[in-house]
Design a protein around this ligand. Sequence first.
Ligand code: ADP
Ligand code: MG
Length: 441
Amino acid sequence: MNDSGGNYGQGLFQGGEICISVHGLWKIFGPEPEKILNMDMSNSTKQAILEETGCVMAIRDVSFEVNSGELFVIMGLSGSGKSTLIRCILRLIEPTAGKIIINGEDICAYDKSQLMNLRRNTTGMIFQYFGLFPHHTVLDNVAYGLKVKGVDKEERYARAREIIAKVGLREWESYFPSALSGGMQQRVGIARALANDPDVLLMDEPFSGLDPLIRRQMQDELIAIQSEVQKTILFVTHDLDEALKLGSHIAIMRDGEIIQVGTPEEVITAPSDDYVRSFVQDASPAKVVTARSIMEQPRVLLYEWQGPKTALALMKSNSSDETFVVTRTGKLQGMVTIENLIKLIKNKSNFLHEALEPDLPVATVDMVLEDLFPLAMATRYPIAVVDEKGKFMGYVHTGAILGSMIQEKEEDESQRDEETSGQKREEGEIENIEEENSLDA
Ligand SMILES: Nc1ncnc2c1ncn2[C@@H]1O[C@H](COP(=O)(O)OP(=O)(O)O)[C@@H](O)[C@H]1O
Ligand SMILES: [Mg+2]
């Protein structure tokens, strides 16, 4: 087992319950897979194993955990084992060895009817090529899973209509899939998976077949839907930008192994090896580094009820030229400078809020460098950072923002001549929805 693959789990998955846990998973395609498993293959490459044994080592001792409600991304080049992995999780492909726990249950021990139940009720799957029934309307496609479950017509249509509206296709209910664009068809795919109200959504390159613009829209919509429905999502992609944008954690696969698991920022800033580094070198920190990760704490923080003289004394003793003012509950009120405080005292005012700087730049903790940049350009003050409730969390020096953007530009230029390794395009694979769906029509 690759050392770096074992780093998951330490400090990464604190808080929240674990929804999916995969441990020591192997999948070997070919004759006598168990025999391969018992041979010492720890130092052989996938290619060497194939040549020696005729077997494909598609998944190799993979372990990871997915928290309830998170969007966990599996990323890797074509052929790295992503689809095999995600299918093993529902046993659409039987693993050769390993353990898969979903919501606390060992699904490798499930019999056929338990498995069917898992696929119908607990999980939903979304594929790259949508897998819609061409002779069913949008409404019937979305209601399909409920029909299989025996939900009566009125109820399943009501539920399907509700979900269709959620994905923005209300006017398209009675159309056939062929009348819809790719992006719209994939919305139907998402609606169909959501109609069953599963705990877990498994998405295998769902946006890879879409135009870049539509693709970005769909990513935004997925984020919006996810924040509403709070499903656990396992999302496969070969696109780094997509992984960075969507994932709360990203697992990077190469030749059947997971070689790194981390948050987008960890993957970008501390790639576990040269392979990951070569993957992420084109990624822009501007898109991932957040205000939270670069903010600092002021040496002194003022409360709104404090008088100007106290404020001045506190700032002087901490050698601060400016600082922030908060309410009793920590909400940001604004910023004061020493200069304005002195003016206030000269004017014999006792109210700190009269010295607050107008037009203070404020950022939220999740804003990335790219969004902070315009704020930094427009001000000579530090940028206050607040959480979603307006609570003061820290501040960012404009210099830090401008500096990191410039550094990035220089790196860009020095890399310009280097060859960029284009990712292999996923070859068109026809997706088959699990067998049970073919019962229909
Ligand atoms: N049914 C199969 N029989 C033999 N080899 C397979 C089969 N399915 C996938 N593979 C091989 O397993 C590896 C992983 O494939 P896959 O999971 O489809 O990768 P990805 O989804 O990352 O592109 C590849 O080398 C592929 O050729
Ligand atoms: Mg695949």
